[in-house]
Write a protein that binds this ligand. Sequence first.
Ligand code: FES
Length: 388
Amino acid sequence: VRPVPRAPFEALEGLSPETWAAIEVAALEANDSYLTTFLEPGSFCPFSKGGRKRGQTARFVHRTESTEVEPLLARMLEVARDPSKLVIQVIVPLVEVEPAAWSAFCRALTEAGNDRLRGESPDGGDILAVAPLHPELPYTTRSPYSLIPLFRRTPDPTIQWVRNDALEALYRGRTGDTVFIDPAEVLSAVARPPAPDLFTRIAESNVKMAQRLGIAEVERTLRELAAVARERYARIVLGADPARGAVAVQGAVAEEPALASPRAPLARREGRVALARASELLPRVPVRVEADDVELIVVRGSEGLHVLHGRCPHRSASLADAIVADDHLVCRRHGWDFLLASGRSAGVPGAEIARFDAEIDDDLVWIEERSLARWRAENPVIEPYDEQ
Ligand code: FES
């Protein structure tokens, strides 16, 4: 049995569970952006979209609170025993690691895991193949194969495991050829071919697509996705607004300021209630207001002002101290996120907070009293926040 490799990155200590939860949301969204703005529209991986829809892919975010590698290995053994998942990604945000060291680590980890699983594989072969993904993988344009690492430039270092048996079954229906390929050459779930011509076909079609888009443009797009993710992590780690106190910094968790009590409305006129002065709203700093027994937040995002219900639907924590980044609110308690523009969560399917139509008049932010009455009628009981 091959030894478990050492982690090629430092531990990131001192981040609170809430900060990690927010990072987790951001990492999954960064990965979503990679899939939905690059990989899938460009058809670089024909399996990606269908696999996601059929629930055959699984994604995890690994918290590098320590450099222990056993939890990653345990994750690998767990997913290897779930045949319903064909592609598994473990995203490792916020680590500083060179692409070569990352690739070597992913391969050594997978070899160690496959060794431990040896007795469970029907043919004694490897259960999972690995494709290391990293935002700076080196590539060249010399051949379709040497260009492959460009398409694997995910926003964060990521381990991608692919089930060998399921893919073999998948391809058995398409071709009778049998070839052995280096797992390192796995392009993606569907790009692990039993026949070299299929592999070549996919690699070549990717080249054509990359040439149509422009290789420099592909590189720029992927760099930008990684930069957006890094910036968002930085904002989460350092706090959305330093004036409000850092959420956490490496090595220490800073005091969070106590929540301000909700303000009362500033005025009422013709069935409308004024919640705040528009000119006093700082970008990304929610203001907490209570009007007609409904707790609200007023937030200035990049595209205007938003009035939203001020309690998180998860456990009813106040959203008055939520982190605002990229026009998302991220609840500090466990990291649920909500888009300012719709109130919907991008990270938690089905989760949503109410949004109230607002207008600015005389520098005041107004909403309809009727909309508050409607909200109260639909939500008669508000559970107090539960610290668990
Ligand atoms: S995410 Fe748990 S209370 Fe908001």
